[in-house]
Design a protein around this ligand. Structure first.
Ligand SMILES: *Cc1c(COP(=O)(O)O)cnc(C)c1O
Length: 348
């Protein structure tokens, strides 16, 4: 298969002969499997899982409108981030570009793989600094990582900006859409056909409520999906995960109901924080959390923790000074938070 950006994949990975699993050669069920040294006594878990996750990918393909050939699944997006960096970047030589605030796993994965990170601040309106990314890029830059909607503010990146950047950037553009289902800005999946340098990450951890399950998705050009599939461990997504994900995905009405509730509670949380005198600034969010700054962010954090409500301190100058990021809870959980905020006194 011809792929115009093949030269951006590490040469040793391009040449890699993948591990061939025992089960690769036979994809029927109903056989007598004596090929993989499994325990023959049926426990429901005694067989290796499908290394290609065919059934799950089929369901995800229908849901996301992305062909199976463009899809790679992993043990959360976190595993996929590592696979992307490992497949593209030569250790000690190549680099990636990230924005701050962003998602720390890009840098962790890069450092584990001895890949240089070129970090830029988001613009004052929390958008990627596209021009800056181009300016710091060189022939060894393999990818720019963008989060949309971003974390910890919840601002989406307009699709037109992503498209314009993909059209002119000579390396990969990784768009992490962990929170896209909460947003009114559409996913970038519609751009995949047009831009072979676009890589999209999604996850079942947030909107689908399956953080414990660990299922991340990567959508890309099919050549690249082939590369990532070679690099991943053959059985990286366990059988229980595949089964449970399939079951959960089949309950679309349950999903929609919970999503509506979360979005309604997000709007309530935003209004609640705006009305609270201890917060200075509350940012509008298109994700499932709300960021709010406060001169009392440390005492507030301590006070909430003492009352067994755990939020996240986000103090990331220059863009995000002195803020708390609060995840949207159930109506009852938000009632509790509201009550505690009403009882808070800074001098305590
Ligand atoms: C939560 C989150 C993820 C999800 O990671 P998983 O490993 O799939 O749970 C990915 N990216 C960002 C920016 C996130 O905030």
């Amino acid at each position: 298969m011809s792929f115009p950006l093949e030269h951006l994949v590490r040469p040793n990975i391009r040449a890699l002969e993948p591990y061939s699993c025992a089960r690769d050669e036979y994809d029927g069920d109903q056989a007598l499997f004596l090929d993989a040294n499994e325990n023959p006594f049926d426990t429901g878990l005694n067989r290796y899982p499908d290394p290609h996750q065919r059934a799950l990918k089929k369901a995800l393909s229908a849901l996301k409108g992305v062909p199976v050939e463009r899809m790679v699944l992993g043990n959360g997006s976190d595993e996929i981030i590592d696979i992307v960096i490992r497949s593209l970047c030569r250790p000690g030589q190549d680099n990636i570009v990230v924005f701050s605030p962003g998602y720390s796993m890009y840098e962790v994965a890069a450092h584990i793989n001895e890949v240089e990170v070129r970090r830029l601040d988001l613009t004052p309106d929390f958008q990627p600094d596209w021009k800056g990314a181009e300016a710091v890029s060189d022939a060894c830059t393999k990818a720019v990582f963008v989060v949309s909607p971003n974390n910890p503010v919840g601002t989406p990146v307009p699709l037109a900006d992503i498209e314009a950047f993909c059209a002119r950037f000579p390396a990969f553009v990784v768009v992490d859409e962990a929170y896209v289902d909460f947003s009114t800005e559409p996913s970038a999946v519609g751009l995949l056909e047009k831009y072979p340098n676009l890589i999209i990450l999604q996850t079942l951890s947030k909107s689908w409520g399956m953080a414990s399950l660990r299922l991340g998705m990567c959508f890309s050009h099919e050549y690249l999906a082939g590369v990532f599939s070679k690099v991943k461990a053959p059985y990286n997504v366990g059988g229980l995960t595949q089964r449970t994900a399939l079951e959960t995905l089949s309950d679309l009405s349950g999903y929609r109901e919970k999503m509506e509730a979360i979005k309604a509670q997000r709007d309530r949380l935003e209004a609640m924080l705006r009305a609270c005198p201890w917060f200075e600034r509350v940012w509008p969010s298109q994700a499932n959390f709300v960021l709010a700054s406060s001169p009392y962010f440390r005492p507030l954090y301590r006070y909430l923790t003492e009352h067994k409500v755990v939020v996240r301190v986000r103090d990331i100058p220059p863009r995000i000074p002195c803020a708390l990021r609060i995840t949207v809870g159930t109506p009852e959980q938000n009632d509790r938070l509201e009550q505690l905020l009403a009882d808070f006194r800074p001098e305590d």
